[in-house]
Design a protein around this ligand. Structure first.
Ligand SMILES: [Zn+2]
Length: 273
């Protein structure tokens, strides 16, 4: 499933090919994915120029003068820049024609989304899907302070609080496991019992883990471009994630797996307290 780093790498991958380009056409090959496509997208976007790209959480934003195209990759979606005229494959649901290329959205499981937010509906940050999101982990906010302040009354496990995304976005299952390991915090610790000093460690770990993933994905950027491009997702080597029973890379104890909120959590009993 694409997490924040994949979405950011996707944004960086398409940005030079879409920014400043004029839309010559929009192709919708089905009525929608997770939600219906705006059926007037072809007339809304024809002749319009993509002014800039942005990302908020896992939402990709293509800004136009009159509004913003919101794209979510869902569980299995990916975007590629292709030469025009390539016949669509089974799971190619949406094309944005930006001569001399086509931006094609492929999504086998169809949990993705393409939505339109016109300027007259107000600031994009106020959009129903965006307004409840926590801060960007790689932004300028004091993440440690926000985590500490935001959890004084929360008995939920820290791992669950990270996944909830209402304090900080983009710390999905993999990155929550990895950053809690790096910070030495047991994933089941009640969030309200964690001190500011430990949240400072966690904030550093979250930033480092996400930045490293983006950097690693960035080295495979060319995968986003071209007819035979791979999905653009990248395999990384993890300290604990998906390593049940294997030796901790720090202390050699076997990595443990527990289930929290129906998601697997991987951690080291010795390194995380
Ligand atoms: Zn360990």
């Amino acid at each position: 499933m694409p997490e924040l780093p994949e979405v950011e790498v996707t944004r960086r991958g398409i940005a030079p090919h879409v920014e400043g380009r004029q839309v010559s056409g929009v192709v919708l090959r089905r009525s929608g994915l997770r939600w219906p496509f705006p059926q007037d997208l072809p007339s809304l976007l024809a002749g319009r120029v993509v002014r800039s790209t942005a990302r908020r959480g896992k939402y990709l934003l293509l800004h136009f003068d009159h509004g913003t195209l919101i794209i979510h990759l869902g569980m299995s979606g990916h975007l590629r820049m292709l030469p025009p005229g390539l016949p669509p494959q089974k799971h190619d649901h949406f094309d944005l024609e930006l001569p001399p290329q086509v931006m094609r959205f492929t999504d086998p499981r169809r949990f993705g989304a393409v939505l339109w937010h016109p300027n007259e509906n107000g600031d994009i940050e106020g959009h129903l899907l965006l307004r409840g999101l926590g801060v960007e982990p790689l932004g300028r906010d004091d993440l440690a302070l926000l985590l500490h302040r935001g959890t004084r009354n929360r008995s939920a496990a820290i791992k669950q609080v990270l996944l909830a995304g209402d304090i900080v976005v983009g710390v999905g299952n993999i990155y929550a496991c990895e950053s809690l390991f790096e910070a030495g915090i047991h994933p089941a610790t009640a969030a309200k019992r964690i001190s500011l000093a430990r949240y400072e460690k966690l904030a550093v770990a979250i930033r480092r883990v996400l930045a490293a993933a983006i950097e690693q994905g960035g080295s495979s950027l060319r995968d986003f471009i071209g007819a035979d491009g791979a999905s653009g997702y990248f395999q990384q080597s993890y300290f604990v994630y998906d390593r049940e029973g294997e030796p901790c890379r720090q202390c050699s104890s076997p990595v443990r797996r527990i289930v929290q909120g129906q998601r697997s959590t991987f951690y080291c009993v010795r390194c995380q307290r």
